[in-house]
Write a protein that binds this ligand. Structure first.
Ligand code: NAD
Length: 295
C-alpha cells in the first residue's frame, strides 16, 4: 500500500480520498476549507496543515482542484517538497495548456506526472466508478493506474502530456451538443402531440440513440434514475458544463479546429447559467430549450 497525499477535498476530491483510505492506503489530505479537512479526518485520512506538509514523504500526490491556475499554483508549491521518484497526478478538469505547463514543471524536477481528469460525477466519485482519461509517459501511467483503480472502474491511457484533458473536453463537448439535440427532439415532440415515452421507445433503440437519451433522459419518466425525475438536482451542474465548453472552445481556437455546434452549445449553456440556473443539472437545459419557443 502506498503513502498518498491528496490535495483538494471538494465534492469530488473528498469521496475520492475516502476511497483511497478504504483501499488501505495511508492518505494525508489537505484543503483550504477546514470543514472539508474535518470530513476527510472522519473518513480516516491524516490531515496536514498545508499542501507542502501533505506531500512530505508521500510516494504519490493527487490534486483535485477547480481550474488550471489552482493546479499550477499548488504544483509549484509542492513539487520542490516531493520525495525523489514520487509521482504527481492531477485529476482536475483544466485547460490543455496549463496541464502541459504542469507536466513541464514536474519534468524539470525529475518527477513523473499524469493528467487524469475524470468522468462520472459525484456519484462516480463516491462509488469508485469514475472513468479516468490519462495523459503522460507510459512509465508515469503505469505507476498511476493501480492507484486510479481504487477510485474508478475504467482507466484509459489517451497519449502524451495533456491528452487526458484533451479527451475530457472533446467528450464533454459531444455530450453538451447531444444533450441539447435530445432536448430539442422532446420539445418538438411535445408540440407535435407525441408523448415522451413514445419518442423514447423509438429513439432509444433507433439511430437517435445516445447516452443523453438512454442514460440521462432530460424529461421525467423514461429513465427513472435521471435528474429530470428529481427536479434537475445535479448530477453535473450546468455551470460545470459551461466551464468545460469554454475549455473546449479555447482549445479549438488555439488549435484552429472548427466546432460550430460546440460554440453554439457554449452560448446556450452560458445563457442558462446567466439566467441563474448554473446550479441546476445540465439536463435542465430542457427547460431553456422549451422557453425558446416563439422567440
Ligand atoms: P469543488 O469546488 O467542490 O472542490 C475543489 C476544492 O479545491 C475546494 O474544496 C477548494 O477549497 C480546494 N482548493 C482550491 N484551491 C486550493 C489550494 N490552493 N489548496 C488546497 N485546496 C484548494 O470542485 P469539485 O466539484 O470537487 O471539482 C473538482 C474538479 O473536478 C474540477 O476541476 C471540476 O471541473 C472537475 N469535475 C467535477 C465534476 C463534478 O461533478 N463535480 C465532474 C467531473 C470533473
Amino acid at each position: 500500500m502506498a503513502h498518498i497525499a491528496f490535495i483538494g477535498l471538494g465534492n469530488m476530491g473528498g469521496p475520492m480520498a475516502a476511497n483511497l483510505v478504504k483501499a488501505g492506503h495511508k492518505v494525508t489530505a489537505f484543503d483550504l476549507v477546514a470543514a472539508l479537512r474535518d470530513q476527510a479526518k472522519a473518513d480516516g485520512a491524516a490531515i496536514a496543515e498545508s499542501s507542502v506538509a501533505a506531500v512530505k514523504g508521500a510516494e504519490i500526490i493527487v490534486t483535485m482542484l477547480p481550474a488550471g491556475k489552482h493546479v499550477l499554483s499548488v504544483w509549484n508549491e509542492v513539487i520542490p517538497a516531493m520525495s525523489r521518484g514520487a509521482l504527481i497526478i492531477d485529476c482536475s478538469t483544466i485547460d490543455v495548456e496549463s496541464a502541459k505547463q504542469a507536466h513541464a514543471l514536474a519534468a524539470r524536477h525529475g518527477m513523473l506526472s499524469v493528467d487524469a481528469p475524470v468522468s462520472g460525477g459525484t456519484g462516480g466519485a463516491k462509488g469508485a466508478t469514475l472513468t479516468f482519461m490519462c495523459g503522460g509517459e507510459a512509465k508515469a501511467f503505469a505507476a498511476a493506474k493501480p492507484v486510479l483503480e481504487n477510485m474508478g472502474k475504467k482507466i484509459v491511457h489517451c497519449g502524451g502530456v495533456g491528452a487526458g484533458q484533451a479527451a475530457k473536453i472533446c467528450n464533454n463537448m459531444i455530450l453538451a451538443v447531444s444533450m441539447i439535440a435530445v432536448c430539442e427532439g422532446f420539445a418538438l415532440a411535445e408540440k407535435l402531440g407525441l408523448s415522451h415515452q413514445a419518442l423514447f421507445d423509438v429513439a432509444s433503440t433507433s439511430s437517435g440513440q445516445c447516452w443523453a437519451m438512454t442514460s440521462y433522459c432530460p424529461v421525467p419518466g423514461p429513465v427513472p434514475t435521471s435528474p429530470a425525475n428529481n427536479g434537475y438536482r445535479p448530477g453535473f451542474a450546468a455551470a460545470l458544463m459551461v466551464k468545460d465548453l469554454t475549455l473546449a472552445q479555447d482549445a479549438a481556437n488555439a488549435a484552429g479546429a472548427a466546432t460550430p455546434l460546440g460554440k453554439h452549445a457554449q452560448e446556450i449553456y452560458r445563457a442558462f447559467d446567466a439566467a441563474g440556473h448554473g446550479g441546476v443539472d445540465f439536463s435542465g437545459i430542457m427547460q431553456h430549450v422549451r422557453s425558446l419557443a416563439g422567440k
